[in-house]
Design a protein around this ligand. Structure first.
Ligand code: ATP
Ligand code: MG
Length: 240
């Protein structure tokens, strides 16, 4: 069963007296453990779709199912619980807390929810994540003492700390040089293999798109390509 299903989703933003059709009836499914790139030019609807999958924004019509459950009928409380327990987020601008060090930034999401893990177990898990992203020597440093690539590594560990099934990353490499960006995607891919976490990231960098196992390409709010690596392009309706 697909871990995420997007069914005929539309998103219309009111903009003064006119409306912007940001997403125009998009349908696709994502399997558990997938490593997916949402590709497409600026304005094609990548962030809008990620925000709807992340339950940050609601579709105007259509349905997003997570783990087989329709999300449109969920209460605010249930949406918050879903976001906290099932989803992890990585942002283009890292969004770390400046006054907290690396270790504390990674711990932070655990302080927001009802954490039932013991202190020793928690420490072991955070230490493991820091090792995993290669920042053991930087564990007591603050974000402003880190490079962009190191900050994004902290953000990756932080997204994983609650053991989410799905990690969403909107242009996680946009503020990095291309070599560092490739390393960050490589790290996400390694974690995807090791923990079987589903990763969905948006990008308009063709080189980074190539690393994905599953590519969903958007243009003008519609899916123009939906294929797994190694498969022929299964064009979804729209003409190339
Ligand atoms: N809050 C909003 N209000 C009005 N229009 C919006 C809003 N957010 C997005 N849009 C419009 O929806 C369309 C899709 O935007 P979106 O941000 O999803 O694109 P994107 O593919 O993420 O682009 P980029 O690569 O530049 O980040 C654009 O035409 C954009 O102007
Ligand atoms: Mg965007």
């Amino acid at each position: 069963m697909a871990i995420i299903e997007v069914r005929d989703v539309r998103k219309v933003y009111p903009l003064g007296k006119v409306e912007v059709q940001a997403v125009k009836g998009v349908t696709f499914a994502i399997e558990k453990g997938d490593f997916i790139s949402i590709a497409g030019p600026s304005g094609s609807g990548k962030s809008t779709i990620l925000n709807m999958i992340g339950l940050i924004d609601l579709p105007t019509s259509g349905e997003v199912l997570i783990d087989g459950r329709a999300t449109s009928g969920l209460s605010d409380k249930e949406l918050t619980r879903f976001r906290h327990e099932v989803l992890g987020f990585i942002f283009q601008s890292f969004n770390l807390i400046p006054v907290l060090n690396v270790w504390e930034n990674i711990e932070f999401p655990l302080l927001l929810g009802k954490t039932t893990v013991g202190a020793a177990e928690k420490k072991e898990w955070i230490d493991w994540l820091i090792e995993e992203v290669g920042l053991t020597e930087w564990r007591t440093h603050k974000p402003n003492e880190l490079s962009g690539g190191q900050r994004q590594r902290v953000a990756i560990a932080r997204a994983l700390v609650t053991k989410p099934q799905i990690v969403l990353a909107d242009e996680p490499t946009a503020n990095l040089d291309s070599t560092t960006g490739e390393q960050i995607i490589g790290l996400m891919k390694k974690i995807n293999r090791e923990l079987d976490t589903t990763f969905i990231f948006s990008t308009h960098d063709a080189k980074i798109v190539d690393v994905a196992d599953h590519i969903i390409r958007l243009r003008d709010g519609q899916v123009v390509e939906n294929r797994r690596r190694g498969e022929d392009s299964a064009s979804a309706g729209a003409q190339e």
